[in-house]
Design a protein. Structure first.
Length: 310
């Protein structure tokens, strides 16, 4: 629990509230046990009742708790105090043993790395393309992909709206072995600015029709012709005068009919109007270069195998 406080997930005020409430609750348990254990009852032939309470013929006798029964509760309460003294159950107090889930995790990671680093480092000495031809390396890379990448790109690596398909040989950035590795290591920020303020609605509509025409799709010829001027003035800076994109910027090729967010008129219009914000997180610190190296080899191998002929 102290890890939760340290990570900022719980405010100091709430942390103290929980700690005080916990201690008061345990002290209250002791008070209740004492109150129900030490009362002396005078032994007579008549039963001692707790007030005049009676329900459906059932009466409450005013007798102390059995000693063995109360002692079990005492043991439980004192065990709780001992636990809170040794471990970080009170959040604000780390415990005498200084134990935490974060340190436990760090120790487990350190132990695991000591066993696996020699394997990963051996592959790091080879280039990505060479590793991509190694079946053993691909098995390791496949497990890394299933652990860290399927959340966005899917188990089949074909992505979804806003998340690129990795096996169609269509790359926003460089699809070379080293380019893929750079993407995983450093991450990417794909920004398409919004043009709602710069362009009028009819200009956006014409630009959308022109974009459709770039991939050979049926459009309004007159509208597309008007959109040509808008495209060359504003859009060509990123997508190129021919609309084939720019991998250095992550600007997509608009002529291949492959769409990251969708290729309908409505979606293209929305993209021009509102822009897009795409982010690929960097995995350099999370995985380290040796694991990224294997992961890049796996992605490259799958793109070559499944994207062949496309």
């Amino acid at each position: 629990m102290s890890d939760v406080f340290a990570s900022g997930m719980m405010s100091a005020g709430w942390a103290w509230y929980v700690a005080i409430l916990t201690v008061v609750s345990l002290l209250a348990c002791i008070w209740i046990l004492r109150a129900n254990r030490v009362k002396k009852v005078e032994h007579t032939d008549e039963p001692h009742l707790h007030g005049e309470n009676a329900w459906d013929g059932l009466r409450e006798f005013d007798n102390p708790l059995p000693k063995w029964w109360a002692n079990l509760f005492y043991i439980t309460v004192f065990f709780a105090f001992g636990y809170l003294l040794l471990y970080p159950g009170l959040i604000v107090f780390p415990g005498l043993l200084k134990w935490s889930t974060a340190s436990l995790y760090a120790d487990e990671v350190k132990q695991a790395n000591a066993e696996t680093d020699p394997i990963f480092n051996a592959y790091l000495k080879q280039d990505v393309k060479t590793v991509a031809a190694d079946k053993g390396a691909l098995q390791i890379g496949g497990r890394l992909f299933q652990t860290y990448c399927v959340q966005c790109h899917g188990t089949d690596m074909r992505g979804s709206k806003g998340f690129p398909n990795l096996v169609d040989n269509d790359w926003l950035y460089a699809g070379t072995p080293e380019g893929i590795k750079t993407t995983i290591m450093e991450g990417r920020n794909g920004v398409m600015p919004a043009f709602a303020e710069q362009l009028k609605p009819d200009q956006i509509a014409d630009a959308a029709q022109y974009v459709l025409s770039l991939s050979g799709r049926s459009t309004s010829a007159e509208s597309a012709a008007r959109g040509d001027a808008t495209f060359k003035t504003i859009c060509a800076a990123c997508h190129g005068a021919d609309g084939k994109g720019n991998p250095a910027l992550g600007a997509p090729n608009l002529t291949d009919n492959v769409w990251l967010y969708g290729g309908s008129v409505a979606t293209i219009t929305e993209t021009i109007t509102k822009g897009r914000q795409g982010k690929m997180p960097a995995h350099k610190d999370l995985l380290g270069e040796p694991r990224v190296h294997l992961l890049a080899a796996y992605v490259y191998a799958q793109s070559q195998e499944q994207g062949a002929g496309k």
